[in-house]
Design a protein around this ligand. Structure first.
Ligand SMILES: *Cc1c(COP(=O)(O)O)cnc(C)c1O
Length: 414
């Protein structure tokens, strides 16, 4: 007799949710349908044509002409690791900015590559301080790389990538930039910044399935990697080897590409290009402002100062006296809405409401405010019924007045 599973499983039917946490975000039907298309070989001429389009759509999303722009077969963490293992050799000094969880992971990566991290800490919730970075660059003229997170998902803070990349260039450093949460939600201009190694993730503002990491490398990186004497410590993430598959001229087997996930990424990037980057950024901003105005009516404050707030990741203080876990559980179970918990030092103190990519829609802002008001009321908070949603609608009306002021002639009676 063969062993049988101890349970008797059925086909899995996930519940319907609104994904308003730090990722994954909601996925549109058109992207989900792309996943269900027939699998073909990763060297099929048709698939190779799709890869070229995908690279071109990624260049648009990153605003770069870098030839070496492709999706890594692995989550954002794999993209992060790919940058570090290829650029950091044993003994290399790397300046790492740490203002949240993901900066901390960069430090881990440097250490595991045998490099020496020079850590610049900033308070969680604040952007990276360029003055401290310049000080460190002056003190460590032998530093090879400056690494920082553009959009810190653990805190909701946006740092000034243009200024940080310019500083790195001034002092002769290459840059590793994490744009996992920023790409598609706020401006990411790789060429304008002259950034060197930039990685992202498929499941945040690109609203594709988790598990792919778009990445782009400058010519300076290609040169640097070409000069390397020691072998890259990772076989799977060695840029030199991967070029055989994703490079310009050859298409040889490296690993089996996740074909259907790549169809989905192609579709989500196509949707982004059809909407237009500027329109996508404006949509994220508009829904953020409406959410913020609604939350204000519930007496809820933001963690991050207004000028460095991420529109796609709203980190807010949990009002005093509320049970973090009970509120999130009720949001999920009664309202089908996932919001994010705080991480590290901010655990139990904040919530993170993501309005990323396809999740950044008016109906989600309204549903979230409605649900939050109901849950807070159940948890014995005094909320004025309907005030949050009313504030959000007023906010949208106000925004459209600003965007389209009524013309005098239209307002005149008769
Ligand atoms: C989500 C995230 C990552 C990691 O991406 P995974 O796909 O979860 O591996 C890295 N950096 C930042 C800023 C993120 O938000």
């Amino acid at each position: 007799m063969l062993q049988q599973p101890e349970i008797s499983p059925n086909s899995y039917a996930p519940p319907q949710r609104r994904l308003l946490g730090p990722g994954p975000s909601d996925i549109s039907t058109r992207v989900l349908q792309a996943l269900a298309k027939p699998t073909i070989g990763y060297l099929d001429p048709s698939f190779v044509g799709m890869m070229e389009e995908l690279k071109s759509l990624l260049r648009y999303a990153f605003q770069t002409t870098n030839a070496l722009t492709f999706p890594v077969s692995g989550p954002g963490s794999a993209g992060m690791e790919m940058c570090f293992v290829n650029l950091v050799d044993r003994g290399d000094k790397v300046i790492v900015c740490r203002n949240g969880v993901f900066g901390g992971r960069m430090v881990e990566n440097v250490e595991r590559c045998g490099g020496t991290p020079v850590i610049i800490d900033d308070v969680w919730g604040q952007p990276v301080d360029p003055n401290k970075v310049e000080e460190a660059l002056k003190q460590h003229p032998d530093a090879k790389v400056l690494a920082f997170v553009h959009a810190e998902t653990s805190t909701g803070a946006l740092s000034d990538a243009k200024v940080l990349c310019a500083l790195a260039q001034k002092y002769g450093c290459l840059t590793i930039v994490d744009t996992v949460t920023s790409l598609g939600g706020v401006p990411v201009n790789v060429d304008e910044w002259s950034a060197d190694a930039v990685y992202s993730g498929s499941q945040k503002c690109l609203s594709c399935t988790p598990g792919l990491s778009p990445i782009t490398f400058s010519e300076r990186v290609v040169e640097q990697v070409g000069k390397r004497e020691q072998k890259c410590q990772s076989w799977f993430l060695d840029l030199k080897l991967l070029l055989g598959y994703w490079g310009e001229t050859t298409r040889t087997y490296h690993h089996t590409a996740p074909t259907n996930s790549l169809y989905a990424l192609h579709e989500s990037l196509l949707a982004l290009q059809q909407e237009g980057l500027e329109q996508a950024w404006a949509r994220h901003q508009s829904n953020h402002i409406a959410l913020k105005d609604g939350l204000a009516a519930l007496g809820i404050d933001f963690v991050v100062a207004e000028q460095s707030r991420l529109p796609q990741l709203n980190s807010i203080y949990i009002p005093s006296g509320l049970d973090d876990k009970a509120v999130r559980a009720e949001m999920l179970q009664q309202h089908g809405i996932e919001i994010g918990a705080g991480l590290g030092a901010l655990a139990g103190k904040i919530w993170r409401i993501g309005l990323m990519g396809y999740s950044s829609r008016v109906e989600n802002v309204i549903a979230c405010l409605n649900a939050l008001e109901s849950v807070l009321t159940n948890q014995a908070r005094d909320c004025e019924p309907g005030a949050a949603v009313a504030a959000a609608y007023r906010s949208y009306a106000q925004q459209s007045l600003v965007a389209h002021p009524p013309r005098a002639a239209v307002c005149q009676p008769g």
